[in-house]
Write a protein that binds this ligand. Structure first.
Ligand SMILES: NC(=O)c1ccc[n+]([C@@H]2O[C@H](COP(=O)([O-])OP(=O)(O)OC[C@H]3O[C@@H](n4cnc5c(N)ncnc54)[C@H](OP(=O)(O)O)[C@@H]3O)[C@@H](O)[C@H]2O)c1
Length: 252
């Protein structure tokens, strides 16, 4: 019998580290994935317990399939999937390198979908499981100056809501976590120097706590923090053109 693990992608920094810590505290066995193996090994040493480290570039074709096959070879099956790895790029679409923007789609969208598809059969067989896909409040409107990032997160939100609905009654929880600006390495990786976003960043631990609470309760969409809930909801009444102007006016 394969042993159940919680798979956390992007576990070498930011929200992924926090997911690993909070899931370990719940007594879950972990499989941690990212490119920086040294960071994953350090986290494993810090956490102790049943932690498996896999270094992989999840933007590569078939990265998800290789990962799930590696876990199976170690006698592990994913019963909770935290699809967290992702990055953004700040700047105008035409001025940003195309290869990096396609890499973003591969990581934020393609591998996230691939992993969901690959873990489902074992979850169905077990009659239980949980999938948390990390989107963003960026998912709720278009994002001039971060166009591909916002669009990738809109995909994650739409896809995850649909999956949540399809799996109702199957014993498999599916949640889309939509954090607002959070203190992680995200800003540095994206090249953003926004003083506005810097000022309003919240702590990663609260985001992850809300995400796991929402996943336990099988909430389709989890938006941590009252200001983030408000900005996500305002899209319902604000004309899209006005939202584009507001987001486009934020210096990234
Ligand atoms: N921070 C925010 O303000 C914010 C807000 C809303 C949503 N989010 C979302 O939250 C998620 C986590 O981001 P974060 O804020 O925690 O950023 P972060 O601190 O930069 O962490 C990103 C994680 O993703 C991993 N990663 C990046 N590229 C990868 C690749 N090609 N293959 C495998 N792993 C890769 C990184 O590990 P390696 O570099 O070692 O590979 C790292 O562990 C992302 O999906 C992001 O879009 C963040």
């Amino acid at each position: 019998m394969a042993r159940p693990v919680t798979l956390v992608t992007g576990a070498s920094a930011g929200l992924g580290v926090e997911f690993a810590k909070q899931c370990a505290a719940r007594g879950e066995a972990l499989a941690l994935v990212a490119r920086r193996r040294d960071r994953l090994e350090a986290l494993k040493a810090e956490l102790g317990g049943d932690v498996h480290v896999l270094a992989a570039d999840l933007s590569k074709a078939d990265a998800g399939a290789s990962l799930v096959a590696e876990l199976a070879a170690e006698g592990l099956r994913v019963d909770t999937l935290i699809n967290n790895a992702g990055f953004g790029l700040a700047g105008k679409f035409g001025a940003l390198p195309l290869d990096r923007q396609l890499e973003m789609i591969d990581l934020n969208v393609r591998t996230l979908v691939e992993l969901c598809h690959l873990v489902l059969p074992a979850m169905r067989a077990a009659g239980k499981g949980a999938i948390c896909n990390v989107a963003s409040t960026a998912a709720f409107q278009a994002g001039p100056n971060m166009a591909v990032y916002y669009a990738s997160k809109a995909f994650v939100l739409s896809f995850t809501e649909a999956l949540h609905h399809e799996l109702k009654g199957a014993g498999i929880h599916v949640s889309c976590l939509c954090p607002g600006p959070t203190a992680t390495e995200f800003g540095a990786v994206s090249g953003s120097k926004s003083p506005t976003l810097e000022r309003i960043k919240g702590p990663a631990d609260a985001v992850v706590r809300a995400g796991l609470r929402g996943l336990d309760a099988n909430k389709a969409i989890v938006i941590p923090g009252a200001p983030n809930k408000f900005t996500a909801q305002i899209n319902r009444i604000m004309p899209r053109a006005a939202m584009r102007r507001i987001v486009g006016s934020i210096k990234v």
